[in-house]
Design a protein around this ligand. Sequence first.
Ligand code: MN
Length: 625
Amino acid sequence: MITDLLKKIRSNKSDYPQGFSAIINNLEERDRNESNVSLIWKAYQLSAKIHADQKRTSGEPYFTHCESVAIILSKWKIDVDTVIAGLLHDSIEDTDISKEDISLSFNKDVATLVEGVTKLSGIRFNSKKQEQAENFMKMFISMAKDIRVIIIKFADRLHNMSTIKYLQEDKQNRIALETKEVYVPLAHRLGMNNVKNQLEDLILKTLELDKYNDINQKVNNTKSERERFIRSFIQPIKKELNDFDINADVFGRAKHYSSILGKMVKRNKSFEEIYDLFAIRIIVNKVSECYATLGIIHQNYNPFQERFKDYIARPKRNGYQSIHTTVFTDKGRMVEVQIRTSDMDETAEIGVAAHWKYKNDKLHNKGNSLDYQIAWLREIYELLKSEDTSASEILELFKIDLFQDEIYVYTPTGELIELKPGSTPVDFAYHVHSEVGMHCKGAKVNDKIVPLNHELMNGDYVEIITSKNKSPNHSWLKFVQTTKAKTHIRRWIKKQEHEQSVALGKDILEKHLRKINNMNILKLIKSNPQLVGLNSQQSVYLNVGSGKLTVDEIVSKYCPEEDSVIHQNKANSLTKKFFDLARGRSKGVVVDGLNDIMLRFANCCNPIPGDDIIGYLTKGQGVTV
Ligand code: MN
């Protein structure tokens, strides 16, 4: 009976709603069985029922949104649980349905997914920077648990962006900006190219309608000419592919508008000069056919060396695989050609969503699997959640990491390592292992000694020279590129400064107390650090060492009698009194970039605010001015 039903649905002859039939038709063949179809139908009816009295701003029934999200998800060939969660994604938030209800009617997985989407909807990104970063973190924690939550959110955002014109203008702008700041970089990082392109065009349309219309018009005006050119370009290729028995899908590829605009701005060129408008894609069945096809292209047209890229041999970090080549035609035009298998094409369109179904499929586990993507997220998350990284720092580092492309270099054993463009041997060292970074002393690139700030290039062989006694340097922060290196170096420096300040504070305090012959105060501090508002002897030392607490203040708190003696002595020197007043003790000087560092004034110089000063570092005494 179910086979009959499926046949009907497939041929659009059933009485089922079109949206439902579309979902079922889009499903992966192996998912299209009786129990799945009836589960999806159950969810479809439930969603329609519970949203029945709700309307969208456009006036349409709210359910059309849920249906559209599920259709988008089914197009991405994602698993059935996610499609069902897509149908119900707004149910917990907008109706009386609870997580438990969903769990009982369907399963725990679906319920957790819907709950995850609900939590994410509560996050707003257009708030202050601090909150923004925290929100980012929330998003990532939830994502690291189950990437499908994000996938549903992308389908949701895609549909909301495509129907955004019904909203008020300020709301349109807010949503478009949020999409630009958060969803686009994430889509890029997760390898969801097609989603990214669609979102970017919708953002352009919302925020810069004039520019969008301009390009739209130009693209349409040149369409027939472009198609004629592409047809003549493709013809000999198609014939040869046929001769070689390669079954291929060859088609002209429309560049998306925001990338055309981006290129016009970046290269300061007019629409007419952007050669990438001529782009074709060839989809074949096997990897070996990709290379055979490449050979055919290069035999027919002259390749442009610099623009050849083999992302099949070396997939991009986001899992993208394809061969890119740009060739000249006899008319002097350049055409960008992309060659890949249908599997790779699916990955290029929807990224991690394509990997989801291979999760437990060992055959497909080849380095660009879902685990690989999640591992990246976890690594960044672990690094960033450390308590001494500030929220704005997180946001900054995160954005950089999301937008970067990559270069490839080799270890001495021939292992391929992926880094950001502009990376240095220090970045490389930290990538290999944090300990290698910590003790990195020098580097050899292609057998030649180079400085540590040397910029690495694609294909370099890199060898790191380490030494046990070597440790990170403040100046490394100026040139390292990767989040990993930056975070490790910053953390090390902070720890270092902290330890130095503690030791210094202890030293200063002991010296002074010895001078006034009152070592007993040390014991009082140990037993009652709260007297100066701190909770341990260590923090008293730290505060003294960093100049936040003076010895005089300590003495006056723990031994008020001593204090009057000190003040009497001090009053003797009027000049000293003046300087102390002018400088507010030694707190008046801030050393840029250093926090917990001791400052003292040498006896020979008496600067007051406004004077130019120089300082030098003395071990145990901090900076002397
Ligand atoms: Mn929604």
